[in-house]
Design a protein around this ligand. Structure first.
Ligand SMILES: Cc1cc2nc3c(=O)[nH]c(=O)nc-3n(C[C@H](O)[C@H](O)[C@H](O)COP(=O)(O)OP(=O)(O)OC[C@H]3O[C@@H](n4cnc5c(N)ncnc54)[C@H](O)[C@@H]3O)c2cc1C
Length: 447
């Protein structure tokens, strides 16, 4: 019998196993998919992630941060492509801070390799968890190669089996589990710009490319080999939607009108579009996360968030670090430990979930508008004058490890300062004037 079973060998499950083994506990991990280190192919679901300060800090704490950085591309801001093919660079931070773009599967492979080579952790692939006995506790898995169904008992079970967690489903049936799920109105589809694309915008490797178009958008993430992984965000149904783009001509007309600078660099556009799935994005909140100190949810299984701030994996990694702190503090008192884990994390994951909804609307509707750019300009100005007193929300989320709840609180206070500066007459023309500097000084003096 294993001491601890982890269900799901994704980003969070593989990192969690490292934390658990690092505290001297025996751990085995089960995943329904084949081992991605051996399996090839492109499923059209291999999305890129960006990792930021908080996720990298956790990875550094177990010694794998630099391996991950070496497999990632640092990006310093967004390059906005408007309909006239004009480009505007928006830095992420004021001090050339970077986030790191990496393919989810590359990151997962690194974590699996590290867990196996440094801690000898046993991974069982092709083992789909069919159900969990919360009291035993145990899981039942079915091997996708042999069809064999097996029961595995453990002292404790962690479920990192993602947003549509099989373990959580069992908890929903057995416990008074509060649960909410909200789909984003749009879905996303992965498209690819191959490595040898050469052109004006493809030369910019250290940025995230964004084509905001109101009701839809395209985002391009750079890869180390010079390719870009793009995701098209579009309604699933309606007059302009994944469902409405039924033919090659309709697709090409749409791209030519909306993203003309991309078309020459996507030789596989038609094949990619018609073979890759349109994937949904969902916010999931639930509580409690654990059952009697025996079974606990973690990562996306406990909290799934929209990817607008690029925080899902970063937050899941922070879960692992917080759980490890609780393991140090509470030893074998697992009931208290798991309750404490949830009470430290859930307010934060709820806060980032709400912020992500807000930011998605901002990205979709506002990012290229004059009002948005002006607000960003004002924030940059305040931050340059008062770097220790004023940090914009994106920077607090991305370039600090401050709890998400704290970032939210500080942001709501700071917004009132920007609102007041926005009200200065003709602010668009006066941003760099002494008058605006005096207003900033006055407002910041009382903070
Ligand atoms: C479009 C998009 C963009 C994103 N961008 C970012 C970003 O920039 N930065 C960021 O930090 N996050 C991002 N995220 C979020 C990030 O991908 C997730 O938060 C992260 O993958 C969660 O990790 P996880 O291990 O909890 O779940 P998952 O990655 O979903 O892994 C779950 C694992 O459990 C396994 N599993 C599932 N069911 C079973 C079962 N019944 N039995 C056994 N195994 C099972 C799966 O095979 C999988 O390996 C993005 C997400 C999306 C959709």
């Amino acid at each position: 019998m294993a001491e601890i079973i982890v269900v799901g060998a994704g980003l969070v499950g593989s990192l969690l196993s490292i934390f658990i083994a690092g505290r001297g506990r025996e751990v085995e991990v089960y995943d329904r998919m084949p081992d991605i280190r051996l399996a090839g192919g492109n499923s059209g679901r291999s999305i890129n992630l960006t990792l930021c300060e908080r996720g990298l800090k956790v990875l550094d704490s177990v010694g794998v941060g630099d391996v991950v950085r070496a497999a990632a591309v640092p990006v310093y801001g967004r390059l906005i492509h408007d309909v006239k093919e004009e480009l505007t660079f928006q830095p992420y931070g004021n001090h050339r801070e970077a986030i790191y773009s990496i393919s989810r599967s590359d990151l997962n492979k690194i974590l699996l390799d590290y867990a196996a080579s440094h801690y000898g952790i046993k991974f069982h692939f092709d083992e789909k968890c069919l159900g969990v006995d919360l009291d035993a506790p145990s899981i039942e898995t079915k091997n996708s190669q042999t069809g064999l169904v097996t029961n595995h008992k453990a002292e404790r079970i962690f479920a990192s089996d993602g947003a549509f967690s099989a373990v959580r489903l069992q908890m929903q049936k057995k416990l008074r589990l509060n649960f909410s799920q909200q789909y984003w109105e749009q879905a996303y589809k992965e498209l690819r710009v191959p490595p040898d694309a050469a052109g004006k915008w493809t030369a910019e490797k250290n940025v995230i490319h964004v084509w905001p178009r109101g009701n839809y958008m395209l985002i391009g993430f750079p890869n180390l080999d010079g390719s870009f992984t793009c995701s098209l965000h579009l309604a699933l149904e309606g007059p302009l939607s994944f469902a409405s783009l039924k033919t090659k001509d309709a697709l090409l007309d749409f791209f030519q009108d909306s993203f003309p600078d991309v078309v020459p660099h996507m030789p596989e556009l038609v094949t990619d579009f018609f073979t890759h799935p349109a994937n949904s994005m969902v916010t999931i909140k639930c509580s409690p996360w654990s059952y009697e100190g025996k079974v606990s949810l973690i990562g996306d299984a406990a909290h799934s968030i929209f990817p607008s701030y690029g925080q899902g994996a970063n937050a899941g990694f922070e879960d692992c670090a917080t759980l490890a702190e609780c393991m140090e503090q509470y030893g074998d008192d697992w009931t208290t430990l798991l309750k404490e884990f949830e009470s430290r994390r859930r307010p934060n994951t709820n806060a980032i979930a709400d912020l992500c909804v807000e930011h998605f609307v901002e990205l979709r509707d506002l990012v290229g508008t004059p009002g948005f750019l002006l607000r960003k300009g004002i924030e940059r100005k305040i931050n340059q004058a008062y770097p220790d007193k004023y940090k914009d929300l994106y920077s607090m989320i991305t370039f600090t490890c401050m709890p998400y709840t704290e970032a939210l609180r500080v942001d709501r206070e700071q917004r009132t300062v920007v609102d007041q500066i926005m009200r200065v007459e003709d602010i668009e023309q006066k941003l760099d004037s002494p008058e605006v500097e005096r207003v900033i000084d006055r407002l910041m003096a009382v903070r």
